[in-house]
Design a protein around this ligand. Structure first.
Ligand SMILES: O=C(O)CC1=CCC(=O)O1
Length: 253
């Protein structure tokens, strides 16, 4: 079943479309810095994952194919045919899935802090159960050190709180269902089928998808470029927007 996604659209109606896919437990606000940078010359579509932000909650497990189908349904509703796509973490996994299932619609792809298979797949079922029983609040403390370094959080306390509030605001069932999609995801054998120009970005201090794991995506996609962002954790687009925006700008040109 397709979920109805909420989205924020910025930029001229007739500009090339850039779709931005968020990470687990965040919302469209994850991409404030990218919307500010690119809405002058792109129609920027930021969406909420199913069960996150303002999107519909669909109870029960789902797959990455379901999450990609949600995005396709949103773009059909917005009248978007071809688009470029950049996604963080699960948003990057959705990008890989889109590249495999609707390649004729995808112009350029950027995959940030993501994986072709995430670490320790069974742990995602356990995390889903933990969140269904105890809520997303139980994960907030450990996101410092994962999403961003403790040093960055000390220097940017308001921005760290803003990001963590997204996790607090995420419905437990929405978060849990996306955990199950992450645990089930594995496209390692299919990366060679991705044909559009691809940029792959890792955070040097990311414990969730460390650079060596992210690099495997770039190694598998013919011609993909690979960049490591110094000092960044799992959300390099928020903690070092200048570096990530410059890389995206060059890639999308
Ligand atoms: O666990 C986290 O918060 C990091 C993460 C893994 C997949 C995703 O989208 O975020």
């Amino acid at each position: 079943m397709t979920a109805r996604l909420s989205a924020v659209v910025d930029g001229p109606d007739d500009a090339p479309v850039l779709v931005l896919g968020p990470s687990l437990g965040t919302d469209t606000g994850l991409f404030d810095a990218q919307a500010a940078e690119f809405a002058g010359d792109f129609r920027v579509v930021r969406y909420d994952l199913r069960g996150h932000g303002g999107s519909e909650v669909v109870p029960g497990p789902c797959t990455m194919a379901d999450l990609a189908a949600d995005v396709v349904a949103l773009l059909d509703r917005l009248g978007v045919d071809r688009f470029s796509y950049a996604g963080v973490s699960i948003g990057g996994a959705i990008g890989q899935q889109l590249a495999l299932t609707v390649p004729e619609r995808l112009e350029k792809l950027a995959i940030i802090a993501s994986a072709a298979q995430f670490a320790d797949p069974p742990s995602w079922t356990a995390r889903a159960q933990q969140v269904r029983e105890q809520g997303t609040e139980t994960l907030v403390g450990s996101r410092t050190g994962t999403w961003f370094t403790a040093a960055w959080a000390e220097q940017h306390p308001d921005e760290a709180l803003r990001l963590l509030q997204m996790l607090r605001d995420t419905p437990d069932e929405g978060y849990a269902a996306c955990c199950e999609a992450i645990g089930d995801f594995d496209v390692r054998d299919r990366l060679g089928q991705i044909t559009m120009p691809t940029l792959v970005v890792a955070g040097a201090e990311d414990p969730a998808t460390p650079p060596d794991m992210v690099r495997l995506i770039a190694d598998g996609i013919p011609g993909a470029q690979f960049l490591v962002v110094t000092g960044a954790g799992h959300l390099p687009n928020t903690t070092d927007p200048e570096t990530v925006n410059a890389a995206l700008r060059g890639h999308l040109a």
